[in-house]
Ligand binder design. Structure first.
Ligand SMILES: Nc1ncnc2c1ncn2[C@@H]1O[C@H](COP(=O)(O)OP(=O)(O)OP(=O)(O)O)[C@@H](O)[C@H]1O
Ligand SMILES: [Mg+2]
Length: 471
């Protein structure tokens, strides 16, 4: 009890003094009050760990005092005294949030045990509040970094739909930040205090996925020795994030559709529907429209999920986001690795901004981590970058290029120039190919052909998948 603050409330002076002496010997800081109003004003002035109160007080009744605790920002854990034969009021007190009760007359040893338990609980409560706060900070909207048009559109959309119950479909190549967007949606919704349960539909064999999602009754199949609740049930009140939904089997797709429509699930081997209140967020790196045409994805489910599509552009379509992301990762890894890498030279940064990032933000994050670990201080220059990042030199400087003394590799230089201009055009047109082609003065099909040759065509979802029909 060392250093803990305990508030003892009783109008019986002898009891108050007895407890004060005892608890002080245990190292606690003891505050006493003879009535409820004194107790309340004490708790308003300072942070109290445990409130130990009699239920019969001269002014308010102890139960009313417990009700008042709810208005405090950080309420203490409450323990109440009851006289013999008044168990019903003890039960009432527990309903109002008291942790435990002690019947009078009591042994001091009893007090010690109950208080130890209360202080342990208080500690957990504090840690829980802190963790929740940290999570909330971590997934604030502002943590979706990026000033590019494409990323700003994503941020606006996240902000607009976070606090609704609408189903959201997040579409983006691998490593673009789909999970980060899903978390931002959850932690900025009124469901934030409830769980966000993540299910990766491609990582779990489809036979197991069904019981993973919906749970099963005892004996539902060989090996189902006891009843198990599924992810939908455990996310009740919160959010289910179905990652890689494009990999879900048609059989499960049908079941999921039912859940979305009826808001109820059925455990495997069960025969009664169970109501669940969950918001569904799904993500995919696949082109679901294509999968639909191939008969691999149900059309009805697609339209049910696609109520609000959020398409995260690949990093190569928002190269201007690179410096801010690099700085963010630099800070993060310097901190976690105990290093002091100061940054990237303009030449190195320039090379990063001309690379096409097939692994998107995750690839960039790994590169920065690698440089922090390998170099650890000073600045990263072009020569320090590993291949293929360092291969993108020399910089093509506009139209007045000077032939260097050692000569150039003209075909390579032309390819670089082409690549750089194509990437810039794609960014400026936010990935809309017809616009980018116009900026480059070429036909759209020529642009697509060039992109294919330069390795700039994604295998992921096309523009059409965003249902905004651009491009
Ligand atoms: N806009 C962003 N701002 C800050 N960090 C980002 C951003 N986008 C992605 N990241 C970071 O990049 C990494 C990859 O993001 P995330 O796991 O959300 O991608 P993903 O699309 O789910 O990838 P995958 O398809 O491979 O599962 C994470 O560490 C994430 O925090
Ligand atoms: Mg992911």
């Amino acid at each position: 009890m060392e250093g803990k603050r305990i508030l003892v409330v009783d109008d019986d002076k002898r009891i108050v003094e007895l407890l004060r002496d005892f608890l002080q010997k245990q190292g606690a800081e003891v505050i006493t009050a003879g009535c409820a109003s004194e107790a309340i004003s004490a708790m308003e002035q300072m942070d109290v760990d445990v409130l130990l109160t009699d239920l019969v007080l001269p002014d308010l009744d102890g139960l009313q005092l417990l009700e008042k605790l709810r208005d405090l920002p950080v309420a203490p854990v409450a323990v109440v005294f009851t006289g013999h034969g008044s168990i019903s009021s003890a039960v009432q007190a527990m309903k109002l949030g008291a942790l435990d009760y002690i019947t009078k007359p009591f042994h001091l040893e009893e007090i010690r045990i109950v208080l130890e338990k209360a202080l342990g609980f208080r500690q957990l409560k504090r840690e829980n509040i802190q963790l929740k706060q940290q999570l909330r900070d971590k997934y604030r909207f502002e943590n979706l970094l990026g000033h590019s048009e494409g990323m700003q559109a994503v941020q606006r959309m996240v902000e607009k739909v976070a606090d609704t119950d609408s189903t959201v479909l997040i579409i983006g190549e691998s490593g673009t930040g789909k999970e980060l967007v899903a978390r931002a949606l959850h932690y900025n919704s009124r469901r934030r205090e409830r769980p966000m349960v993540v299910v990766n539909c491609s990582a779990i064999p489809q036979e197991l996925l069904e019981s993973e999602l919906f749970g099963h009754e005892q004996g539902a199949f060989t090996g189902a020795v006891r009843t198990r609740i599924g992810k939908f049930e455990s996310a009740h009140g919160g959010t289910v994030f179905l990652d890689e939904i494009g990999d879900m089997s048609p059989h499960l797709q049908a079941k999921l559709l039912r859940v979305l429509q009826e808001h109820e699930i059925e455990r495997l081997g069960g025969n009664r529907p169970i109501k669940v209140d969950v918001r569904v967020i799904a993500a995919t790196h696949r082109n679901l429209e294509e999968a639909m045409k191939e008969g691999k994805f149900r059309e009805d489910l697609y339209y049910r999920l696609n109520v609000i599509p959020i398409r995260i552009p690949p990093l190569r379509e928002r190269l201007s986001d690179i410096p801010i992301l690099v700085n963010h990762f630099l800070e993060k890894f310097n901190h976690s690795r105990g290093k002091r890498l100061r940054g990237f030279t303009p030449r190195a940064m320039d090379a990063l901004m001309r690379y096409h990032w097939p692994g998107n933000v995750r690839e960039l994050e790994h590169l920065v981590e690698r440089m922090v670990v390998l170099q650890g201080e000073g600045f990263v220059d072009l020569e320090d970058l590993p291949s293929p990042y360092s291969d993108l030199s020399p910089k093509v400087e506009g139209r007045q290029m000077k032939l260097p003394p050692e000569g150039v590799d003209l075909p390579e230089l032309m390819r670089e120039m082409e690549r750089s201009l194509v990437l810039q055009a794609l960014e400026r047109s936010q990935g809309v190919k017809s616009k980018a082609a116009e900026l480059l003065g070429i036909h759209r099909t020529t642009l697509v052909e060039k992109m294919r040759r330069l390795g700039l065509l994604s295998t992921g979802p096309s523009r059409a998948a965003s249902s905004q029909g651009r491009g």
